[in-house]
Every structure is written in structure tokens, then in C-alpha cells.
Design a protein around this ligand. Structure first.
Ligand code: EPU
Length: 432
């Protein structure tokens, strides 16, 4: 096993390119189950989660081919298998996103129920309610969801849950409905940019999806989808993480292939915390999809305390909560973070406190009393974004930080240490 070693205290300086979005890549790759011919996907990041989904697709008779130009060609070769087995699904909770397209195209799906994880219990009840509304019969047996429905029928379905909309639930029902008979309206659909990207991909392949990005998403069934060439959007969470790394180290960085059009809530809060952000060359359209501009992030390292609440898009992303917790741990005063998407997503706090932070957590609230500095020590990553928050902490801390259980970071950030090192960070991997 490997660990990450960081010698803190070096401001980040320079330019960095934002990679394609993991959470757009995964459902779009799964959507290829619905498609005749080959789809060429561009901008798919090199991540273990992407590799896991390739393994599941291969198991389901789909060929996934990495091309010389970095694109990924996906072609369905054999539609006879409908089972996504536990051994593959357990590696990544997002594997549930094959449920909708398998059912929609093959008339049946048997998908292992993903377990909970360190960010919460993560039920799939709303996904199941959605496919039942389309006429599928659903049985939960021996740890698997077995869904059957030879010809699904469009329907109106409300997909809200106790914590708002569901991202992968919306993706699953959209994918199940795209070849169904008639019109489906998803009420309280998730509006995240990655959900919009999936809808745009499906439309390019021949689907008829409208009101994309709105609360009531409309899907009119079509007979067939065909392979397309598609570039996925940049990763707003990777961009936000690097912005915070720049801010906490008192750096001066420029993000290329910028995702700031999807980061209004993050940019607003960073500015409130005293970080200078300039959006250059951003194409100012309402959907923001043309934005290939640059984002400049500058900070003198003096962070003001702020309060923030995570919410579904366009609110503050829960996937940025841990990184903000780190940033605010060295603010000049007390901040309050309220987690409204995954109320127990606070495993990083104990580790940050081991680095000298002063953070209290009760229920869905973290109270962060800013300290003058963090100090390096050995810490344990518990999930993907918690790992990112510990790396950000290590960059700012005095002394050396070692992060164990590093495999989490490779699930969602491509060669993060190389990219931070290019910006002047002292960071490397070592064998444990
Ligand atoms: N929920 C239910 N029932 C369901 C589905 C969800 O109660 O059937 C609850 C969840 O427990 C949670 C809330 O609804 O409290 C929102 O969960 P959601 O379904 O939106 O999450 P997800 O689709 O499983 C995606 C991202 C997560 C991100 C969340 C929220 C992917 C692959 N994953 O998960 O990303 O945190 O949306 O934005 O898109 C990450 O990248 O690190 C990550 C965890």
C-alpha cells in the first residue's frame, strides 16, 4: 500500500488544467448500454472508479477501448448478461447507475445492492420507486435488485427524498425512460451539471429530453439511440478542491478548462472568506456549457470565517464540504458548516483535529474555531473527499503530513500529487 507524504508550507503558483468530471463520466459510460454502435467519450479521467465501471460494463458484454488520443470507445457487443455482481458493485457505490440502462434496453436487470459507506447509509429506495413508476416489477432478493419490464411506459414520478433530489436516482430513471413508450416527467429531478451532461449526451445520441437542468425533467421515449462522439464537462469538484488548495497556501494559481460556471456557490463563499477570484474569458451563457475560460485564484493565506450549508445544486456541493472544513480550520474566527445532503459526512473532522484543528461536530453541524496553523502528522483517509481535505490540510500544515489509505484519492482525482507538485507543492507517494 502507498501513502502520500506532504511537506507543508509552500504556496501554490502556476497553471493547472481541470480534468473531465468523474460524476459525469460514470453515468454517461453506463448510458452506453442503451446505444447501438460505438460511442467515443472524450475527457474521461483516469480513475479507479472509471476502471471499476469499465470492468462492470465488460462483464455486461460491453467493449471499452482506450484510444491513443485518450478517448474511450464504448461498444455493446453482447446483450445476454443482465447481472452486475456483488464483487464488482461493492468496489463503487455509483455502480447502481447500470440499473436504469440495463432495464431500459434489455428488459431486465439484476444489480447487487451497493452497501453504505463512510459518508452515510446511502439507500436506493427512490431509484426503485422511479423504475416501478415506469411499470417495472422490482424484487429485492439475496442482496440484489431484480427489475423486470419488457416495455416500460412513461409516467410522472416525484423523486424527492428526505435530503432533496437524488443525482444517480435521476440519472437512472432518465436512462430507463429514454427508450420507454411515451412521456416521463421526473418531478424534483436533480439539476446537477453532471445530470445535465448525461441528458445532453443522450440527446446527441438521439434521445428526446427537455427541460434539462430544471426541476421537472421531461423525457419523451424514442425507439433507438446511436453512437456519438462526446466530450464530458470539466470536474467542478476537482476545480473547487484545487482552488481551496491555492487559497489555503496563500497561492496564486490559474485553472484552465475551468469549471467555474458550475461553481457559483463555491466561488461566492471563497470570496466571502477573503479569497480573490477572477473569472477570465468565461462565456456568459445561461447554461454555462460554453465556458472554456480561466479562473484565477489568489490569496494571502488570511482566511475569514464564514458559515455555509450544503444543498443540492446550485447550492454548495456536499462534495466540497470537507475541503471547506479544512480551509476554515485556519480562519480568523469561528465558522459553522451545516451538512444537508449527507448529514453524517464528517469523518475528516477527527483527523483534522489530530492536525491541531479545533472542530466540534454534532449531528449535521460542524463548528470550526479557527487556529493559527495546522501541524503535520499521520492521518487516515476515510473516503474520497475526506482524503482531498487531508491533502489540502497537509499543504498548509507546518511540518510533514502522511496520509494513509490513499486508494480513496485515486477513485476521484487523477494524479493529484503530480499536478500539485507542478504548482510548487512538496508532495509525493511512498510505499507504506
Ligand atoms: N437518498 C435516499 N434514497 C435514495 C437515493 C438517495 O434517501 O434512493 C439520499 C441520500 O442518502 C443522500 C441524498 O439522498 O442523503 C442525496 O443522495 P444522491 O442520491 O443525490 O447521491 P448519489 O447520487 O448516490 C452523487 C455523487 C456523490 C455526491 C451526491 C450528492 C456520483 C457518482 N456520486 O451520489 O459524489 O456526493 O450525488 O451530490 O455522482 C463523490 O464524488 O465523492 C460523491 C460521493
Amino acid at each position: 500500500m502507498e501513502k502520500m507524504v506532504i511537506e507543508g508550507g509552500y504556496p501554490l503558483n502556476g497553471r493547472v488544467r481541470v480534468n473531465g468530471a468523474k460524476n459525469a463520466a460514470l453515468p454517461i459510460m453506463a448510458a452506453c448500454l442503451l446505444i447501438h454502435g460505438t460511442s467515443k467519450l472524450r475527457g474521461i479521467p483516469e480513475l479507479t472508479d472509471v476502471k471499476t465501471l469499465c470492468d462492470i460494463l465488460n462483464e455486461l458484454g460491453v467493449e471499452t477501448k482506450k484510444c491513443q488520443d485518450g478517448s474511450l470507445d464504448i461498444t455493446v457487443k453482447d446483450e445476454s448478461n443482465i447481472t452486475a455482481p456483488y464483487d464488482l458493485v461493492r468496489r463503487m457505490r455509483a455502480s447502481i447507475c447500470v440499473l436504469g440502462p440495463l432495464l431500459g434496453k434489455r428488459g431486465m436487470a439484476k444489480v447487487s445492492i451497493p452497501g453504505g459507506c463512510s459518508i452515510g447509509s446511502r439507500p436506493i429506495d427512490i431509484h426503485l420507486k422511479g423504475i416501478e413508476a415506469l411499470g417495472a416489477e422490482v424484487e429485492v432478493k439475496d442482496g440484489y435488485v431484480i427489475a423486470t419490464g419488457e416495455k416500460l411506459k412513461g409516467s410522472r414520478v416525484y423523486l424527492g427524498g428526505p435530503y432533496g433530489s437524488t443525482v444517480l436516482g435521476t440519472c437512472n430513471i432518465m436512462m430507463a425512460a429514454v427508450l420507454a413508450e411515451g412521456r416521463t416527467i421526473i418531478e424534483n429531478a436533480a439539476c446537477e451539471p453532471e445530470v445535465q451532461d448525461l441528458a445532453n449526451f443522450l440527446n446527441k445520441a438521439g434521445a428526446n429530453i427537455s427541460a434539462i437542468g430544471e426541476n421537472n425533467l421531461i423525457i419523451d421515449g424514442v425507439d433507438e439511440l446511436n453512437g456519438v462522439d462526446y466530450e464530458i464537462i470539466p470536474d467542478r469538484i476537482e476545480a473547487g478542491t484545487i482552488m481551496i488548495a491555492g487559497a489555503i497556501t496563500g497561492g496564486n494559481i490559474v485553472l484552465e478548462n475551468d469549471a467555474s460556471c458550475y461553481l457559483a456557490s463555491v466561488i461566492d463563499k471563497l470570496r466571502e472568506a477573503g479569497v480573490y477570484i477572477d473569472l477570465r474569458d468565461a462565456v456568459n451563457n445561461s447554461s454555462g456549457y460554453e465556458n472554456k475560460g480561466e479562473c484565477i485564484v489568489k490569496s494571502d493565506g488570511n482566511i475569514k470565517p464564514i458559515n455555509l450549508t450544503t444543498l443540492p445544486y446550485p447550492g454548495m456541493p456536499t462534495d466540497m464540504q470537507a475541503q471547506f472544513t479544512t480551509l476554515l480550520s485556519i480562519a480568523n474566527g469561528t465558522s459553522v458548516i451545516t451538512e444537508r445532503v449527507f448529514p453524517h459526512r464528517f469523518m475528516h473532522i477527527a483527523e483534522l483535529n489530530r492536525m491541531g484543528a479545533n472542530i466540534m461536530n454534532e449531528d449535521a453541524i460542524a463548528i470550526i474555531k479557527g487556529v493559527s496553523s495546522l501541524s503535520g502528522t499521520t492521518v487516515m483517509a476515510s473516503d474520497l473527499r475526506a482524503s482531498a481535505s487531508l491533502i489540502v490540510a497537509g499543504l498548509a500544515a507546518k511540518g510533514v503530513t502522511e496520509i494513509r489509505r490513499l486508494y480513496h484519492i485515486d477513485r476521484g482525482y487523477e494524479r493529484l500529487e503530480d499536478r500539485l507538485a507542478n504548482l510548487g507543492a512538496k508532495i509525493w507517494r511512498e510505499k507504506e
